[in-house]
Each structure stands twice: as C-alpha cells, then as structure tokens.
Design a protein around this ligand. Structure first.
Ligand code: ADP
Ligand code: ADP
Ligand code: MG
Length: 502
C-alpha cells in the first residue's frame, strides 16, 4: 500500500481525502496557495508545502511544482480531487513519466473522456444512446445553422473540453445562434484554453441522472446505482439525491448496464461517473464521463456503505475489485445540499468573507463535509462551495424532514449562502412529490419568492427591534428615560410615527 500521498487540491475535498488516508494509515502531503495557508486541510495534513500565489495558474494548476513537491517529499501517489488538474491528461502523463501514481484513470482514457465530442462518438459506437448532435467540432456559423435546423430548436452549445457548467448556451431561435456561438467560444477559450464547440439537441424538461462506477485495473467493473442531480442553477448542481425518485429497479439496471458499457468503451479504471439526461418519457441519453471523484459522491457512500475515496486509493494501488454487482445493495435514501458562499437573491454573486459564528448540524444520519471554521476568511479566487450537508433516511420523506431540520440548525454568519434557497426547495410540494426538472427553481419562481420573504423578514426584524426598544424604555425609570431619550434625540411620538410607517 502507498505510504504517502500528495493531495493536489484544496478545501473540503482535500479534507475528505486526508481523512481517508488517515484511516488507511497513509501519510499526507498538502499543497497550498499563499491565501490558503490557514486552511483546515493544511492543518490536518502531515506535511504542507507552499505552491505559490493565489491565482490557480500559480498554484493548484502549477503541474511542475506539484510533481517536484511529490518527488522531494517522497509521495508515491497523487490524489487530484475534483476541478483543477483532476481531468487534465497532460498532468496524468506527467505523473506517469515521473513514476508517480495518479489516482484516477490513465492518460489515454483521460484524453478520450476529456474531449466530450470524442467520448460521445466512442460511447455511441459501443451501443449507448447519445443525444442527437454534432459529429465534429463546429467549423463555422453556416454549418451550425444547418445542424440546428436539422435537429430542431432549441439546441444547446457545448465546449468540447468543457466542465463545471461553463461554456453551455441554450439556443431558442436561429437568429441568436451566431451571437451565442461567439459568447460560448470566448468562454471556452478563457476557461478551457480551447475554443472548440459542438451542438446537441436540447431536451425539454430533462432530468440529470448519473451512475457511479468502480473499475479495477483487471477489467472488473460494478455500478453503485444512480444519483439524481436535476436541481441545478446555471447548469451547475445544487442538490443531489439517491435513489432518484423517478428511477425504478428496471431503469436502474438499464442505466447501470449502459454506464458500464460506456466506461468499458474508453478503458476506464478507478472511480468514475457516467452522466445521462432523462427525457420526459424516461428515455436516457449519455452526455459525458467525469473521470474523477464527484462533489456529490457522499450520497452514494451513504446508501451503499462504500467509502469511495478509500476505494479509489486501493484501486490505484492495483488492488482487485472484490465487490460483485450482486453484492451492491442500496439501503434507504440520501440527499446532499451544496452550501455555497453565494447570494441567491443577487444572481448567485459570490459572497466571500470571514466566517463569524458557525454551527454545524448533527444527529442521526447527518454528515457535514467542510473546510471552514469560525474566524476563517474565504478567499475569492476559487470555487464557492464551502460545505456539503449529506443526510440519510429510511425513505425520501424522512430525508426531506431531516434535511430541513439540519438546514435550520446550520448557522454560518458573516457570509451569504445557498441555505435559504435549499430550505425553499424542500418546502415545495412538487419537490416533495419528486416532480422535478432542470428548470425547477425558475418554474417555481423560488428566487422571486425568496426575495419577497426576505423583505418581509427584514420588516419583521425592524418592527421587533422597535418594539423591544420601546419596551426597554418603558422599564427604565422615568428620569433616566427622559435623559436617554434626550441624548438620542428621540421622542415618544417619533417611535409611534416610525411604527405606523412600517
Ligand atoms: P458539464 O461538462 O459542464 O458538466 P454537461 O454536458 O454535463 O456539462 O451538461 C451540464 C448540464 O446541462 C447537465 O447536467 C444537464 O442538466 C444540462 N444539459 C446538458 N446537455 C443537455 C441537453 N442536451 N439538453 C438539456 N439539458 C442538457
Ligand atoms: P460534479 O459533477 O462533481 O458535481 P461539478 O461540475 O460541480 O462536478 O464540478 C466540480 C468542480 O470542478 C467545480 O469547481 C468545477 O468548476 C470544476 N470543474 C469541473 N469540470 C472542470 C473542467 N473541465 N475544468 C475545470 N474545472 C472543472
Ligand atoms: Mg457534466
């Protein structure tokens, strides 16, 4: 077994990986940027080394520096987490060249799945349904227009090397196409260093269903059921659950088989996720393979009892996959809420800052993965995800109740978070009945209603404040009261007027 592993990531996922390593008796090496010096994962690791400045290019994307630290510290393997270098074939190659084990698939597989268009083609040839769309990257506007006409509107523009919901643009009318292509191309160039785009038919009211797979280096593969990640904003996941409320045993088996077929077609090893879109008639289509641990892996861990990060490490070490498909059993239901430092009332604008009072929820079936602590300042250079709340229950109803209670217990002061939005989602009857689709948040006007209720609670706060102050003054002896009032320039009638206005 590996003796020492370097974690080429930060935040909650670095903490998660360190915990798995500690359980396995493996030493950990953390790397950090200058603004992450005080991070929890840096404190938890056995060793920690500075990478450079706060910009990802200077730090978490600095491949040479990371390899150099791995070699000098004697780390035998690198766990990349998610994001940053996790799906970068050049980095995997560099690890291979330096005889450091990359915890994930090999560079060839990474190249195949990193190019989403190529992956689509390979998977389609293997007999898995894909969404109708481009065969090659888009060459010019005319070609895109012809394809969009043939597919029928709406269509969706995607970046060939895309990820994290960036570079995606839905096109409703042909006259918007050339402008949206320009925008998507620019975004793809900036985010992925490559402007290549492709087009798919846009599936109306879809559901995002993905399948977790595990594969060893001898060709054994199993799937661990699905995760429903339909609740999204801007094509980014917000709340995930397993099992999906719309997937029955028969569909689960079909999805699982399709996922394994897709993974085999690209020679997949280690833990990975095959993503599908489910249409209104429950037809499913492959969209991409994520060749890494995913943010929402915790829900699968909870219902299967399998520690995915420890399994990743063991598989990378060449261990055989002992698990057989018939041994995989799913017990109860699990749901995850992503707690991001974002203001849902201000177009999800990032809201970094210093954490004040902090209280994590707890109790039966409640898990919090986080790297924040009271007094910690969240840097503005990285992802806004600061905590994941995963809840288990015997059925979906119990999970929803338990998640609501846990969210109410969660206190994070000093920053704005997605907690109020999660509470609003859970309260929706349609959500409780499992009637969800990609546009759930817009369709139920959740942001508008959240804004209205936040204005009402502001009013209530002012009224309560006024009443408390008024009461307080009544308790004070008359002479003192007059003095105080005089000092503060308030008169009885002023309070009355203020209350009436509200
Ligand atoms: P990324 O690589 O950024 O994760 P994906 O291709 O996985 O991009 O798509 C992101 C999200 O966009 C999906 O989770 C899904 O909800 C939505 N989406 C993707 N393709 C389609 C499609 N053809 N029709 C409708 N929605 C789609
Ligand atoms: P998951 O499917 O694991 O939920 P997300 O799409 O939410 O993944 O992405 C997780 C993190 O990885 C986010 O920080 C996202 O910005 C980042 N990410 C995902 N794909 C890429 C990519 N191809 N390039 C850069 N960052 C990515
Ligand atoms: Mg995706």
């Amino acid at each position: 077994m590996f003796k020492k592993i370097l974690i080429a990531n930060r935040g909650e996922i670095a903490v998660r990986i360190i915990r798995a390593c500690r359980e396995l008796g493996i030493q950990t090496v953390a790397v950090y940027s200058s603004v992450d010096r005080a991070s929890l994962y840096v404190k938890l690791a056995h060793e920690a080394y500075l990478l450079g400045g706060p910009q990802p290019k200077e730090s978490y994307l600095n491949m040479e520096k990371i390899i150099e630290i791995a070699k000098s510290s004697g780390a035998q393997a690198i766990h990349p987490g998610y994001g940053f270098l996790a799906e970068n074939p050049r980095f995997v190659k560099l690890c291979e060249k330096n005889r450091i084990k990359f915890i994930g698939p090999d560079s060839l597989t990474m190249e195949m799945v990193g190019n989403k268009l190529l992956a689509r083609r390979i998977v389609e040839e293997a007999g898995v349904p894909v969404i109708p769309g481009s065969k090659e990257p888009i060459k010019n506007n005319k070609e895109a227009r012809d394809l969009a006409r043939r597919l029928g509107l709406p269509v969706i523009i995607k970046a060939v090397y895309g990820g994290g919901g960036r570079g995606l643009r839905r096109v409703n009318r042909l006259k918007e196409l050339s402008f949206l292509l320009k925008v998507a191309r620019l975004e793809a160039r900036v985010s992925f260093d490559d402007p290549s785009l492709y087009i798919e038919k846009y599936i109306r009211n879809p559901k995002h269903i993905e399948v977790q797979i595990l594969a060893d280096e001898r060709g054994r593969m199993v799937h661990l059921g699905e995760r429903d990640c339909t609740i999204q904003r801007r094509y980014q996941k917000l709340l995930e659950e397993t099992p999906s409320p719309v997937v029955d045993e028969g569909l689960r088996n079909k999805l699982g088989e399709a996922a394994i077929k897709a993974a085999r077609a690209v020679g997949y090893t280690n833990a990975g996720t095959v993503e599908f879109i489910l249409d209104e008639r429950k037809n499913f289509y492959f969209i991409e393979i994520n060749a890494r641990i995913q943010v929402e892996h915790s829900v699968t861990e909870r219902v299967t009892g399998i520690d995915l990060v420890k399994t990743q490490i063991r598989l990378a070490d060449g261990e055989k996959l002992h698990l057989k498909q018939k041994d995989v059993s799913i017990v109860g239901c699990a749901m995850e809420c992503r707690i991001n430092v974002e203001d849902p009332l201000n177009d999800f604008a990032p809201s970094p800052g210093t954490i004040g009072n902090l209280r994590f929820p707890g109790g039966l079936g409640v898990r919090v993965d986080s790297s924040i602590y009271s007094g910690y300042t969240i840097p503005l250079y990285y992802d806004t995800l600061i905590a994941k709340l995963t809840v288990w229950g015997k059925d979906r109803k119990e999970v929803i109740g338990r998640m609501g209670a846990a969210l109410n217990e969660f206190i994070i002061e000093g920053v704005k978070t997605t907690i109020p939005l999660h509470k609003a989602i859970l309260c929706e009857k349609d959500f409780q009945r499992g009637r969800i689709s990609l546009s759930f948040i817009e369709r139920h006007k959740l942001l508008k209603r959240l804004k209205a209720s936040s204005q009402t609670s502001e009013k209530i706060a002012v009224i309560t404040g006024c009443l408390l102050a008024y009461q307080e003054r009544k308790k004070t002896p008359l002479k003192k009261k007059r003095e105080n009032l005089w000092k503060r320039g308030f008169t009885e009638s002023k309070w009355q007027t203020r209350l009436r206005k509200i």
